[in-house]
Ligand binder design. Structure first.
Ligand code: ADP
Length: 500
């Protein structure tokens, strides 16, 4: 009898991580591998799909071995992955016909502009919940079909298959038997009608993508197939799949409407569970499928910030004022309370809710007394203030939401000083996950629940263990003044970009 060991694969943008979890949700064995990033031209980002596959198999084997187990003792496999990244392969050979085009890749920006000019924005945002952008999979698929010799003809003949990374990995793990994806990955392709959770003919036509390319869409807890025995040493049922941000929403047990999580890595992704209500944003947030576990779709509002932890990397690698990210806390704590410097970290443009790709980073309010401590505080503040903007936009879109707690994970969330500051600035309690691996835990929970050996959502939420919590300060006057200064700084940054 299997005793609830679940293998989770977290296939990310820079590395692949596999973790074996016990039924008490603790990590028992872990393995991780980085793989090469390819930048063939300015603005282009690719991964070799064979690297994604190889690191998945090797780390899965490694995690099982490090847990002191054999594959036969694993009850189920869950997969979570970098979203939007696009693979097209030939069903006849099982080989990709081009490198994976990564979510960050901007090569299709012009094609997206053209669609916008042709008036497709309304249809696309109503059906898919997304704003036209090169970020999503649809324009990347079209690019592969139009730029790889013979691809269009092969697609028309039904030989080609498209998948986001989950779909590609499941295809390989099942020995080519299953061409499937899950509803959260599907909804980030820009080809899915989020009302029904199915592919949409009008969107397919918009991007000129044949229906025959697409995988079958399954729920997050579903039967995704069984791994071939030769790959991991036993047949393991794949019972749960979700895109990374959705998996961390689940791994943070945000199952109730109004619950919100923010993951702070290089950038930050915040998702607010809006329940069965599909909220159309008036503030340029995305409407997305949070997850589907059971008969109904749960929706979420999503906001992303391009630079969060990357601002701390800039302090370390660009300015050299810290030697590791953790030092930013001690340095910021020494900053002079009398001088408030603002860093608007638009190094690569501004994300939600501003969406200004031409904006560039700016510093405001420096005096002769400003130094490394004030800069460190400004960098950490910028992460908190951008989160404030997202929450403000979410409240505007969904005034009924109480938004009384923010659950956090990711690298920056380890920083106590920043998390206290975050609570003060957003004005609600901030709760850090005890498990540093919320994303993988979410995938593990989906698979464990699917396999019948992990608890249902309400019990998982009750047994979920929080780490440290941070309560907001009561000094709302201070908060108001800080936010006012920030808003002026963002306005000036956007104005400057328009002038330049
Ligand atoms: P990713 O998956 O995007 O690489 P991680 O969750 O691993 O992100 O977090 C890495 C990011 O977190 C880096 O940008 C780093 O600067 C930042 N970071 C890590 N530790 C801290 C810390 N103690 N304080 C502030 N930022 C931190």
């Amino acid at each position: 009898m299997k005793n609830g060991f679940i293998l989770a694969v977290d296939q990310g943008t820079t590395s692949t991580r596999s973790i074996v979890f016990s039924s008490d949700f603790s990590a028992k064995g872990i393995d991780q591998q980085e793989f090469p990033q390819q930048f063939p031209r300015s603005g282009w980002v690719e991964h070799n799909p064979e690297d994604l596959w190889r690191t998945t198999v090797e780390t899965a084997r490694g995690a099982i071995a490090n847990a002191g187990l054999t594959a036969a003792e694993i009850a189920a496999l869950g997969i979570t992955n970098q979203r939007e990244t696009t693979v097209v392969w030939d069903r006849r050979t099982g080989k990709a016909i081009h490198n994976a085009i990564v979510w960050q890749d901007r090569r299709t920006a012009e094609a997206c502009d053209r669609l916008r000019r042709e008036g497709a924005a309304e249809l696309i945002s109503t059906r898919s919940g997304l704003l036209i952008d090169a970020y999503f999979s649809a324009s990347k698929i079209a690019w592969i079909l139009d730029n790889v010799a013979g691809a269009r003809a092969a697609a028309d003949a039904g030989h080609l298959a498209f998948g986001t990374v989950d779909s590609w990995l499941v295809y390989r793990l099942t020995g080519g038997r299953k061409h499937v994806t899950d509803i959260t990955n599907a909804c980030r392709t820009m080809l899915c009608d989020i009302a029904t959770g199915q592919w949409d003919e009008d969107l397919l036509q918009c991007f000129n993508i044949p229906r025959s390319l697409l995988p079958e869409i399954l729920d997050n807890v579903d039967t995704f197939g069984v791994t071939e025995r030769s790959i991991l040493g036993a047949e393991i049922p794949i019972r749960g799949v979700a895109g990374d941000q959705h998996a961390s929403l689940i791994g943070q047990a945000c199952f109730e409407p109004g619950m919100m999580k923010a993951t702070y890595g290089t950038g930050c992704f915040a998702l607010l569970n809006t329940g069965t209500e599909r909220i159309t944003s008036k503030n340029r947030l995305l409407t997305t499928i949070g997850y589907k576990i059971g008969p109904e779709i749960t929706y979420a509002l999503e906001g992303s910030i391009f630079v969060a932890g990357a601002a701390i990397q800039w302090l370390r690698d660009g300015l050299g004022i810290i030697s590791d990210a953790g030092q930013s806390a001690d340095l910021a704590a020494k900053a002079d309370a009398q001088q408030q410097i603002y860093l608007v970290p638009a190094f690569t443009g501004l994300g939600a809710p501003w969406w200004d790709p031409s904006a560039r980073a700016s510093l405001f309010g420096m005096t002769r007394n400003s130094g490394p401590a004030e800069l460190a505080r400004a960098a950490l503040d910028s992460i908190c203030l951008q989160t404030y903007d997202l929450m403000h936009a979410m409240k505007g879109d969904w005034p009924e939401a109480s938004l009384s707690l923010l659950r956090v994970d990711g690298g920056v969330s380890k920083n106590d000083w920043a998390m206290q500051r975050l609570a003060n600035i957003v004005g609600v309690g901030v709760q850090r996950a005890q498990s540093a691996e919320s994303t993988a835990l979410g995938a593990a929970w989906l698979a464990g629940y699917g396999a019948g050996c992990w608890p249902e959502p309400s019990r998982f939420a009750a047994e979920w263990v929080a780490g440290e919590s941070f309560s907001p300060s009561t000094d709302t006057e201070w908060n108001r003044a800080l936010v006012k200064g920030w808003e002026a700084a963002v306005r000036a940054t956007i104005q400057f970009a328009a002038h330049a």
